[in-house]
Ligand binder design. Structure first.
Ligand SMILES: NC(=O)c1ccc[n+]([C@@H]2O[C@H](COP(=O)([O-])OP(=O)(O)OC[C@H]3O[C@@H](n4cnc5c(N)ncnc54)[C@H](OP(=O)(O)O)[C@@H]3O)[C@@H](O)[C@H]2O)c1
Length: 373
C-alpha cells in the first residue's frame, strides 16, 4: 500500500491526467454508443457475443502482394485522408491510374502533393487525379459520375470509401442538403448514385472489375429488423447517433448484397470492415465539451483506453486493398462477402446484412430517391 501511496504522490499530475482521460473516455463512449437511458431501439448488438478489435486474423495479403496494376483505372471516394488516402497510395504506387474523389479541392490537392512527394522519394511516378464529388449532394454526385464515366473507357476498381460518423454530437439527427438523414445520405445514397452512373463503364471493363464498399462492424448498431425508413426524414427519439451511423453502414452492406445479386456474374463486389482505425472519422461538434477534450487529448489514446489496440490508417486500409487487388478474390471466387482485417472473409456483421429481400427493398428505395435528381 505504501508503495502505491508513494507512487501516487510522486506522479500526482500523471495520475490526475489519466483519471481525467478515463472520465472523458467514458463520457465519449456513452455518447458514441448512446448507452444511455434514452436508447431504446433494439439492435442485434444487444445479444451479440463479445468480440474485441484484436480478434483479427493473419491473411495471405500484405502490401507486397499487390500485383502490378499498370493499365488499370481505379476510383477511391474520400481519398484525401484516412483509409482512402492509403488506398489511393497503394493502388497508385502499383501502377493504377487513380481518380481521387473528394469534396474539397484543397484537401485533395494537398493529399496528391503528399502522395507525389512520397512516390518521388521511393523513385516512383504516380498518376493520381482529383475529381470533385460531394456525396452529401445527390445532384452534384450524379453530374460528377456522369462526367467521369464519359472520360474513361474502363473502371477496374471502385472503392466506395468516403463516410461520416457524426456520433460525438449534441444533435443525433441532422438532414443532408437533400433532406435525408445526413449519415445515411452521405454514406449510402451518395455512393448509390455515384456507383449507378459508373456502372455502365464498370460492366464493360474486362477481367472482373471490383467494387469495394466500406461498411463497418457498426452494422450491429442498426435496428434489429434492418433499415427503418421512417427515420430517414424524421428523427425517432429512440434512435441514438450510433444507431443512425449503424443504419447507414448496414445500408452499405445491403447495397453490396444487391449489387452482387444483380451483377455478381460480372463484378466482384465485396464490403469491408476495416477494423477500428485511428483516422479523422470522429469529428466532434466544434465548441462542445467533447470537442474541447478531443482537442486536448490524442484520440488514439482515448480510443485505446476504451477498446484496446487500434489500427493505423495504413493497417486499416489492408482489408479494402485486399478486396480491391488480391488475386485470391478471383481464384477463390470471393464475391458478395464481408471482409475484415487483414483480408479475411467474415460473417461478423448485422444478421440481416445479406438478406436478399431487405437488400432489394433498399435498392428500390434508393433508385426512387436518386431518380428525383
Ligand atoms: N476509422 C474506423 O475505425 C472505421 C471503422 C469502420 C468503418 N470505417 C469506414 O471507413 C471509411 C473511411 O473512413 P476513415 O476512417 O478513413 O475516415 P476519415 O479519415 O474521416 O475519411 C473520410 C473521408 O470521407 C470523406 N467525405 C466525408 N463526407 C464526404 C462527402 N460528403 N463527399 C465526399 N467525401 C466525403 C472525407 O472528406 P473530407 O476530408 O473533406 O471530410 C474523407 O476523405 C468510412 O466509410 C467509415 O465509415 C471506418
Amino acid at each position: 500500500m505504501s508503495q502505491v501511496a508513494t507512487f501516487l504522490s510522486e506522479h500526482k499530475w500523471e495520475t490526475a491526467a489519466a483519471l481525467a482521460t478515463a472520465a472523458t473516455a467514458l463520457v465519449l463512449l456513452r455518447r458514441a454508443t448512446s448507452a444511455t437511458k434514452r436508447k431504446s431501439v433494439a439492435t442485434p448488438a444487444d445479444t451479440k457475443p463479445r468480440r474485441t478489435s484484436t480478434d483479427y486474423y493473419a491473411s495471405s495479403f500484405t502490401l507486397a502482394t499487390i500485383p502490378s496494376l499498370v493499365g488499370r483505372v481505379a476510383i477511391v471516394t474520400g481519398g484525401n485522408t484516412g483509409l482512402g488516402y492509403h488506398s489511393v497510395k497503394h493502388l497508385a504506387f502499383n501502377g493504377a491510374k487513380v481518380f481521387l474523389a473528394a469534396r474539397s479541392k484543397d484537401r485533395a490537392e494537398t493529399a496528391i502533393a503528399n502522395l507525389k512527394a512520397e512516390a518521388a522519394a521511393a523513385g516512383k511516378i504516380i498518376d493520381v487525379e482529383f475529381v470533385r464529388v460531394d456525396l452529401g449532394d445527390l445532384k452534384q454526385t450524379k453530374d460528377a459520375a456522369i462526367a467521369l464515366a464519359k472520360r474513361v473507357n474502363r473502371i477496374d476498381i471502385l472503392v466506395n470509401n468516403a463516410g461520416i460518423m457524426d456520433v460525438v454530437t449534441k444533435e443525433p439527427f441532422k438532414l443532408s442538403k437533400d433532406g435525408y438523414e445526413a449519415m445515411f445520405s452521405t454514406n449510402h445514397l451518395g455512393h448509390f448514385m455515384f456507383t449507378k452512373h459508373l456502372l455502365p463503364v464498370i460492366l464493360k471493363t474486362p477481367n472482373t472489375p471490383r467494387i469495394v464498399n466500406l461498411s463497418s462492424s457498426a452494422t450491429w448498431m442498426a435496428p434489429v429488423y434492418g433499415i427503418d425508413y421512417e427515420t430517414l426524414k424524421k428523427h425517432n427519439p429512440a434512435f441514438s447517433a450510433g444507431n443512425y451511423y449503424g443504419q447507414s453502414k448496414l445500408a452499405n452492406l445491403l447495397f453490396s448484397t444487391e449489387l452482387h445479386n444483380k451483377y455478381g456474374y460480372q463484378i466482384a463486389v465485396n464490403s469491408v470492415h476495416p477494423g477500428v482505425v485511428d483516422t479523422e472519422l470522429i469529428r466532434p461538434d466544434r465548441f462542445s465539451l467533447a470537442w474541447f477534450f478531443f482537442s486536448l487529448i490524442p484520440k488514439r489514446w482515448i480510443l485505446s483506453l476504451i477498446i484496446g489496440p487500434i489500427l493505423t490508417p495504413e493497417q486499416g486500409a489492408h482489408a479494402q486493398l485486399y478486396a480491391a487487388t488480391h488475386p485470391e478474390i478471383d481464384s477463390k471466387n470471393i464475391r458478395g462477402k464481408f471482409i475484415i482485417p487483414y483480408g479475411v472473409v467474415s460473417d461478423d456483421h448485422h444478421p440481416k446484412g445479406m438478406d436478399k429481400d431487405l437488400a432489394k427493398q433498399l435498392w428500390d428505395f434508393s433508385e426512387q430517391v436518386c431518380a428525383k435528381y
